[in-house]
Design a protein around this ligand. Sequence first.
Ligand code: ATP
Ligand code: MG
Length: 158
Amino acid sequence: MTAYRTTSVDATRDLGAAVAGLARTGDLVLLVGDLGAGKTAFTQGFAAALGIDEAITSPTFTLVRTYKGRIVLNHLDVYRLENVNEAEDLAIGELLEAGVTLIEWGDTIAPVLPADYLELRFTLGDGDDDREIKPRIVGPSWSARQRSLAEAMGAWSC
Ligand SMILES: Nc1ncnc2c1ncn2[C@@H]1O[C@H](COP(=O)(O)OP(=O)(O)OP(=O)(O)O)[C@@H](O)[C@H]1O
Ligand SMILES: [Mg+2]
């Protein structure tokens, strides 16, 4: 799939809002990339587009935060998990049923996740505020929406 580029934190939030337009209960999105790559910024725009007006910060210490918007948003950051076994305590299956779930560093717990998700990999670009975002679809739910996803993200294609 194409790569996408943002040149400001607001643009990454706007990209998150655009992807949120496709979100349904049961969806899983893994946000992957280094510290400061923009995973939380993306989540902020995604949440705002679902009508959530609470401030979104990395849920590092609680691991999971749940917000009520047009649909429920579960926001996880699993950076601090020591190993994949700890992820089993998060009752991911129940979370997934309850809303759309965004997991920062989600690739690290892929073995305990269903093989049905959208992965967005964030990397730093040349300028301080440049970020590249590469989608990767695994499984049927996002495959069926591949074209809509490309349209939603089209404004940032590079
Ligand atoms: N194009 C951009 N997109 C996103 N953030 C940007 C961009 N340009 C600059 N920034 C800055 O980079 C930082 C991104 O922080 P953010 O918390 O979203 O990263 P993160 O990937 O969630 O990191 P962590 O792994 O620590 O949770 C913010 O300080 C933001 O202002
Ligand atoms: Mg973060």
